[in-house]
Design a protein. Structure first.
Length: 180
């Protein structure tokens, strides 16, 4: 399937979701995440600050920020900087996403786990992002465990990949966990 077709299809499905469905999906996905040995063992976790149409990370961050060191991305030109999460140091940044402020940029190679947003995944860990390549460039710089989180309808049988696409190691949806 064509990437643009998948992006349109997923966007249409997201628009049909009720708030209760969004909340339940996030709870189920992150409950699965919490049971992973990789999550239990991870200390330094890069996670995305969710947009309204994405699987919400807010409750998960709130639940674990005292036990784990969370980091958030900040757009810097065509790349992402990684900064420590601090609820008091967020401001609206690129693409209307709350981003961390400050100068204490972390090296991606120091992350234990990266929770990667995407428009869609397949069961082999391939992903379709929003088309700017931010995460593909970032993921090249780390050996961290890469986890994709998604609604069930964001999981496809096969996604066509290009040479620059970096897959995730595990995809978690409301009803399943898929390892590459």
């Amino acid at each position: 399937m064509d990437k643009d077709y998948i992006r349109r299809r997923v966007k249409a499905r997201k628009q049909m979701l009720e708030e209760a469905d969004r909340t339940a999906a996030a709870e189920n996905v992150f409950k699965r995440m919490e049971s992973l040995l990789a999550f239990i063992m991870s200390k330094r976790i890069l996670i995305y600050n969710s947009l309204p149409d994405e699987l919400s990370t807010r409750e998960f961050i709130n639940r674990w920020h005292n036990d784990k060191s969370f980091f958030l991305p900040r757009v810097n030109g065509v790349d992402l900087d990684i900064l420590p999460y601090d609820a008091t140091r967020l401001q609206m940044g690129a693409f209307r996403i709350e981003e961390p402020t400050g100068h204490d940029i972390a090296d991606p190679s120091t992350m234990d786990m990266i929770i990667v947003p995407a428009v869609a995944y397949d069961r082999q860990g391939n992903r379709i992002g929003r088309g700017k390549g931010y995460y593909d460039r970032l993921l090249r710089k780390t050996r961290a465990m890469k986890i994709g989180v998604a609604y069930d309808f964001q999981l496809f049988d096969v996604i066509e990949v290009e040479p620059h696409d970096i897959p995730v190691d595990i995809v978690i949806t409301e009803s399943g966990t898929y390892r590459r």
